[in-house]
Write a protein that binds this ligand. Structure first.
Ligand SMILES: Cc1ncc(COP(=O)(O)O)c(C=O)c1O
Length: 371
């Protein structure tokens, strides 16, 4: 059998099920951070009512969905570009904006550096500090943006995930506005990835930043709306920037069901409220349980996951593998630039699922099994 392994991203229940000889339904996935309440019930109804559309190409303009998003945000639909997950838009960014060297606030989602490499460009890092729980030092970052240089070489764009993954840290609107002012002075692109911001909506700059010519805001329907399998994300920017991004996307990249489901999900404000209330409660309960595990350090978070450092005697890779053998997936963060060898990320899931993970993890940490 192939050795147990994890790729650059979480969420691969298919690979885990194959390796373990189990059904995907027997895998509990804490490695991707998806709303544990699942998609809105309206999504299932909308999909069932749209079955007849499967034998047609999807709307290449995603018009109805863009209209719905524009109404939701009180902006112009021409300022929105929909992609096959926000990952498709991340991939298009360097080509669309002509970015050759991107300053990435680390540690973070690896697709920014990967997209730069695929586009023949380069990523350069701005490191946040573990001793400050990876909070973004806005003064230091805006000073660097104002120089427009890192390691002595110029960069032409900056990306910041807000909240950031895997750290869970979020910047305030004022902080982002400061960075935007610095970027504008230097004529640099500023990309703010708000994939997880539905969990702290007051920190979103989407509505303000959409009219700033050097900014792009990315959003995802994967996390809060729980649609990872349908692949829907979007960018909001000025009309001119949105057109540049759209031109880099292949035709029909967003499926019929993705468009239908995203609209239904967006409209269900009751499910959104319920999801937020659940997360507020369960995240705090899980935080207390994790903090009570001897030697574990739990980082503060604004999102639906925790970055945790295991006790000194343990290694994230070993613990991740031990849990995986029991059908429990967490994210080993030890190989992420800037993280130490004891760092793991785990999503907040349902009460029963969280209890199961905690039970197995605490037994594992107490046992003498080397991990
Ligand atoms: C910060 C961040 N942005 C974007 C994405 C991509 O999300 P999607 O392509 O599913 O919209 C992820 C996925 O993990 C992420 O963590």
């Amino acid at each position: 059998m192939a050795p147990l392994s994890t790729g650059p991203h979480g969420g691969d229940i298919f690979g885990a099920a194959r390796e373990l000889g189990r059904d995907t339904g027997e895998i509990l996935d804490f490695s991707a951070s998806i709303n544990p309440l699942g998609p809105s019930p309206q999504v299932w109804k909308a999909i069932a009512a749209s079955k007849h559309l499967l034998s047609h190409y999807p709307d290449p303009d995603c018009w109805d969905l863009r209209q719905a998003l524009a109404t939701h945000w009180s902006i112009d639909p021409e300022q929105i570009v929909v992609g096959n997950g926000s990952t498709e838009l991340i991939d298009a960014l360097p080509r669309a904006l002509g970015i050759r060297r991107l300053l990435v606030v680390q540690p973070t989602f690896s697709e920014y550096a990967a997209a730069m490499e695929r586009a023949g460009g380069q990523a350069t890092s701005f490191e946040t500090d573990r001793r400050e729980h990876y909070a973004v030092p806005i003064d230091r970052l805006s000073r660097m943006i104002e120089t427009g240089r890192s390691n002595g070489r110029p960069f032409d764009g900056v990306v910041l995930c807000n909240p950031n993954s895997p750290t869970g840290q979020a910047c305030s609107v004022r902080d982002i506005e400061r960075l935007a002012t610095s970027a504008r002075r230097r004529n640099l692109w500023l990309v703010i990835d708000e994939a997880f911001i539905d969990y702290c909506p007051d920190q979103s700059v989407l509505q303000r930043a959409v009219s700033w010519p050097h900014m792009v805001i990315l959003r995802s329907m994967t996390k809060f709306y729980a649609l990872p399998g349908l692949r829907v994300g979007y960018a909001a920017a000025t009309r001119a920037t949105a057109r540049r991004l759209q031109r880099q996307l292949p035709p029909w990249s967003v499926s019929v069901m993705g468009q239908v489901a995203a609209r239904a999900a967006l409209n269900d404000t009751a499910h959104a409220r319920k999801s937020l209330a659940f997360m507020d409660r369960e995240r705090e309960r899980l935080r207390m349980l994790l903090a009570a595990l001897p030697g574990c350090v739990v980082m503060p978070t604004c999102a639906n996951y925790f970055l945790v450092e295991l006790p000194r005697s343990r290694h994230a890779r070993g613990v991740t593998e031990q849990l995986r053998k029991q059908g429990l997936l967490i994210r080993d963060c030890s190989s992420i630039r800037g993280m130490n060898s004891r760092s793991i990320r785990m999503a907040v899931r349902t009460v029963q699922e969280n209890d199961r993970l905690l039970q197995v993890l605490s037994r594992l940490l107490q046992s003498g099994v080397s991990s």
